[in-house]
Design a protein around this ligand. Sequence first.
Ligand code: ADP
Ligand code: MG
Length: 245
Amino acid sequence: MTRPVIELTGVTKTYGAGETAVHALAGVDLVVEPGDYVAIMGVSGSGKSTLMNIVGCLDVGTSGQYLLDGIDVRRVAESRLAVVRNRKLGFVFQSFNLVARTSALRNVELPLAYAGVSRGERRERAAAALTRVGLADRLEHEPAELSGGQQQRVALARAIVTRPSLLLADEPTGALDSHSTAEVLAQFDELAVEGRTVLVITHEHDVARHAKRVVRMADGMIVADERQAPLDAPPPLLSARAVPA
Ligand code: ADP
Ligand code: MG
């Protein structure tokens, strides 16, 4: 049996205390196996970002257990956590979070620099990641010289250049027009086809439609968890009729 990438058991998160306490997560159980492509949906305030922050080791739950690739992250020292994040996780945010006045190539090299990869290999891998997202001709461009869709593709290249166990994206298309959204979603689809594990937070049905599995949250709880047919599969009735008699 393969080990899950994510295993959350009874995870809660409470902000504040007493009368004003906010129960952002009210007991979440979630298992994600390698190669799954999961969309987390839910209205604003349902706890999606809180969940992503915990899964991404940017925050810890108030109670419950989280295993990332089998590692109990609560037992990992703060100093080691940055290493775990760097090795195992790739992040994509709504607001791109690129380093300003720094070339696309340098931006994508950064996580490799933290990982201690040599300069030559860093450049080679960063250029390959940018080529993969269709930006081979934009290596020396700075974020301000790129469109929103291109900036998000740089962010995606930065997220995958370390070959993480898990790609996490919080509303990755929230700031993009429909054309750029389609470009970024095509990249996620390709990663999923390659068997990467992808967790995308979104409130857009069109985005969630690309995932293999949709998890719905409400009031800090998972209220639905369903597999869906691949996007390019023909409707069942049509395919039934296409079978020769
Ligand atoms: P979503 O991403 O689904 O919009 P969030 O996870 O951001 O939801 O928030 C869940 C709940 O927790 C909301 O009620 C929000 O106001 C609250 N919350 C989130 N972050 C904090 C914080 N740092 N301090 C206090 N309350 C917070
Ligand atoms: Mg959010």
